[in-house]
Ligand binder design. Structure first.
Ligand SMILES: Nc1ncnc2c1ncn2[C@@H]1O[C@H](COP(=O)(O)OP(=O)(O)OP(=O)(O)O)[C@@H](O)[C@H]1O
Length: 600
C-alpha cells in the first residue's frame, strides 16, 4: 500500500474519532497529540541526529509560559504591547524566544560529546524549571491561571473536542514537514551525524550547523506543544516542565521507536494511555495507599524495552500483513532536469596537492616526519609502506581531518593546513577511509548522495516545504550514475550495511566521486576485493586519471599498485624512504629491505 494512503487513512480515523469517542477519551487523545509533537522533535534530535536530550520539557515550558504571560498579564511592558494579549501573537513571540534560547543553549551544549551532552541537557532542563518557579511575574510555584481560549476566525476553541482538531492538525503538519526534511539534502546531512562527524565533514557537511538545525526544529515543536498545552489547560505551573517530564518524553520516544516518525506517535500514545489506565486500575486493586501505579509503570517500561529494544513501532511494522506495509519507501528517480554545478578540473600535469615538510607528532611519537609529496592532475600516486608507517596519518593531514604539527599542505597554490575538512572538500578534494565510514541503516543510494552535498544548494526551508524536488532528483541521479559507474548499480535500495566489506569500500569511492573532485584520496581501496573486482577498480581509476583527476592511494596489494600507478612514495617510520616509478621502486634497495623485508 502506498504510504500516503496509510497517512490519509490515519488522518481520517483521527478526524472522525471525536464523533464516536466519549469526551474523556478525546481529552486523552489531546494529551497524546501534545506529547507526540514533542517526541517528534526527539525523533529528529535523538533518533536521527544521535543527540540525547533530557531537556525538552523545559522548551515546552518556554512556549507555555510565554503565551500564559502574554495573554494573562494586564499591563504588558511596552516592547510586548504588539502581541495585544492575542494567543496567535503569543505563539509567534514564543517561537522567536524559543529559537533565540535554542541558539544560546545549543551553542553551549551541542559541541559537547559523549555523556556530556545529555548531562548538559539535564543542566539546562533544571535551570529553566527553576527559572519558571522563581520568577514572580510567572506566578512562581502556583503558576498562571485563567489563560484564555485560542480563537480561530472569531470562533473560540473552548472545549477539549475543539482543541483536539487544532492539536492534531499541527501534529500532522509537523509530521509532513519532518518527513520532507529527512528525505532531503539537509536531512541526509543530519542523518550523517549519527555515523560520526569525520565522514560528514569530509563530504562538506557543516556538522555543527546540522546539529543546530535539528535542535532548533525540535525546540520549536516542543514550544508549540507548550503553547497548545497552556490553552488546553487554561492553567499552568512549573511541574510539567521539569526534569521528570523530560525523562518521560525520552521514554516515549524510545518506547515507540526513536528512529521513526510513526514511532513518535505510537510511543506517545502507548505511554500516555498506559499511565492513565494504571492510574485508574491500581487504586481499584491495591487501594489508595502507596503509588503502585508508578512502580508497575516503571516495570512495564523496562519490560517493553527489553522485548523491543528498537521500539514497538518497528516491531509492529514487521508483524503487519504485507498489504498494509508501505510499498513506496524510495523516491522514484526521474530524468535529470539540469546539470549540477561542478568544479572544473585543472589542466593535466598541474600540481594540485602538495605536502611540504609535513610533520605530525602524537606526543612523543612522530607519525609523519618532514614528509614531501606532490600529486599532479591526471596522475595516480601510491603511498606505500609497512603497517604503522604513517600513511593514514598523512592522508588525514592532507584532507584536513587532522592538522600537521609543522609544515604546509598546499592545494592549487593555496595553503590549506588548518582549514576544516569541509573547506578542503569545497576546493575539490574527496576521500575514502581506511575503516569504512558508511551509514549502515541507510540505503546504498542515500549513502552515496551525501557525497554530492556541496553540489546542492537547497536549505532547510526548501527541504521542509519540499520545494527541492528538482535538485533532489538531480542529486539522486548523480549518485545513481556514480553507483552504476563503480558497478553497484543493482544495489541502490538495499541497506548499505548488508554489502560485503569490499563493496562498502567501492560505495565510498562512488560517494567521493559524487563530489566531482579534482583530487581523490583512496585509503586501501582494493582491500577485500576479489580479483575481478580489483580489475574493474583498476579500469575505473585509469579512466578517472585519463579524465584529468589526480588520485592518491594507500594500498598494501603490491600487484594492484605496481600495475596501476604512475608514481610511488614509500614510507617507513613516518619518513619518506624512496620515491619514483613503480619499476624503480621494485628494485630500490632501501624499499626491498624495509618494506619487502629484503625477500624480493
Ligand atoms: N590519533 C593518534 N594518536 C596517537 N598515535 C597515533 C594516532 N594515529 C596514528 N597513530 C600512530 O601513528 C603511527 C602511524 O599510524 P598510521 O595509521 O598513519 O600508519 P599506516 O601506515 O596507515 O598503517 P596501516 O598500514 O597499518 O594502516 C602508528 O604508530 C600509530 O599508532
Amino acid at each position: 500500500m502506498k504510504s500516503k494512503y496509510l497517512f490519509w487513512g490515519f488522518v481520517a480515523l483521527v478526524a472522525l474519532s471525536p464523533l464516536f469517542l466519549p469526551t474523556y477519551q478525546v481529552t486523552l487523545l489531546n494529551y497524546i497529540g501534545l506529547n507526540a509533537l514533542v517526541v517528534l522533535g526527539l525523533v529528529l534530535l535523538t533518533g536521527v541526529g544521535g543527540m540525547t536530550s533530557f531537556g525538552q520539557a523545559a522548551l515546552v515550558g518556554i512556549g507555555a509560559y510565554t503565551t500564559a504571560y502574554l495573554t494573562v498579564t494586564e499591563q504588558l511592558p511596552e516592547f510586548l504591547m504588539w502581541t495585544g494579549g492575542n494567543p496567535w501573537m503569543a505563539l509567534i513571540f514564543g517561537i522567536i524566544l524559543t529559537v533565540i534560547s535554542a541558539f544560546i543553549v545549543g551553542g553551549l551544549t551541542l559541541k559537547l560529546s559523549g555523556h556530556y551532552l545529555p548531562l548538559g541537557t539535564i543542566a539546562w532542563g533544571i535551570s529553566l524549571y527553576y527559572f519558571f518557579s522563581t520568577i514572580e511575574s510567572l506566578g512562581g510555584h502556583s503558576g498562571i491561571a485563567n489563560i484564555p481560549n485560542i480563537t480561530v476566525f472569531g470562533h473560540a476553541l473552548d472545549t477539549n473536542n475543539k482543541m483536539f482538531y487544532l492539536i492534531w492538525l499541527i501534529l500532522f503538519v509537523a509530521m509532513v514537514l519532518t518527513k520532507n526534511l529527512l528525505n532531503s539534502r539537509e536531512g541526509r546531512a543530519i542523518r550523517a551525524l549519527k555515523g560520526g562527524q569525520v565522514m560528514a565533514e569530509s563530504m562538506g557537511v557543516n556538522t555543527f550547523r546540522s546539529k543546530m538545525v535539528v535542535f532548533v526544529i525540535s525546540s520549536i515543536f516542543a514550544s508549540i506543544s507548550g503553547w497548545l498545552y497552556a490553552h488546553t489547560q487554561s492553567f499552568i505551573n512549573p511541574t510539567p516542565f521539569g526534569l521528570q517530564m523530560g525523562i518521560d518524553y525520552l521514554f516515549m520516544a524510545l518506547l515507540g521507536g526513536v528512529g521513526s516518525i510513526w514511532g513518535a506517535i505510537f510511543g506517545a500514545g502507548i505511554f500516555t494511555m498506559m499511565r492513565q489506565w494504571l492510574q485508574d486500575l491500581m487504586p481499584i486493586i491495591f487501594g489508595n495507599d502507596g503509588q503502585y501505579e508508578t512502580i508497575v509503570f516503571g516495570l512495564l517500561i523496562v519490560l517493553l524495552m527489553q522485548k523491543a529494544p528498537s521500539g514497538l513501532w518497528p516491531m509492529l511494522v514487521k508483524k503487519l500483513p504485507s498489504r498494509f506495509k508501505p510499498t513506496d519507501q524510495h523516491t522514484e528517480i526521474k530524468e535529470p532536469t539540469f546539470e549540477l554545478p561542478a568544479l572544473e578540473l585543472p589542466a593535466q600535469g598541474t600540481v594540485i596537492l602538495e605536502a611540504r615538510n609535513v610533520t605530525k607528532k602524537f606526543g612523543g611519537l612522530v607519525a609523519n616526519n618532514q614528509m614531501n609529496l606532490k600529486i599532479h592532475a591526471g596522475e595516480i600516486l601510491a603511498l606505500i609502506g609497512p603497517n604503522g608507517a604513517g600513511k593514514s596519518t598523512m592522508f588525514n593531514q592532507l584532507s584536513g581531518v587532522d592538522v600537521p604539527s609543522s609544515g604546509e599542505v598546499i592545494f592549487l597554490g593555496e595553503k590549506i593546513n588548518g582549514l576544516q575538512s569541509r573547506e578542503i572538500a569545497k576546493k575539490g578534494l574527496s576521500r575514502t577511509f581506511q575503516h569504512v565510514k558508511i551509514l549502515p541503516e541507510m540505503t546504498v543510494l542515500e549513502n552515496v548522495v551525501i557525497g554530492a552535498h556541496l553540489r546542492g544548494q537547497k536549505g532547510v526551508f526548501s527541504s521542509l516545504l519540499h520545494l527541492d524536488r528538482n535538485e533532489e532528483n538531480n542529486l539522486l541521479n548523480e549518485a545513481k550514475s556514480q553507483l552504476e559507474r563503480v558497478g553497484l548499480g543493482e544495489y541502490l535500495y538495499i541497506e548499505a550495511g548488508s554489502l560485503a566489506l569490499g563493496q562498502q569500500r567501492i560505495l565510498e569511492i562512488a560517494r567521493a566521486l559524487c563530489a566531482r573532485p579534482s583530487v581523490l584520496l583512496l585509503d586501501e581501496p582494493a582491500a577485500g576485493l576479489r580479483f575481478k573486482e580489483k580489475q574493474a577498480l583498476a579500469d575505473l581509476l585509469t579512466k578517472l586519471k585519463a579524465e584529468g583527476m589526480a588520485i592518491l592511494l594507500v594500498e598494501h596489494d603490491m600487484d594492484f599498485v605496481m600495475n596501476l600507478v604512475d608514481h610511488i612514495v614509500v614510507m617507513e617510520f613516518g619518513e619518506k624512504i624512496a620515491e619514483g616509478l613503480p619499476e624503480d621502486i621494485q628494485k630500490d634497495k632501501a624499499v626491498l629491505e624495509a618494506y619487502l623485508g629484503g625477500a624480493a
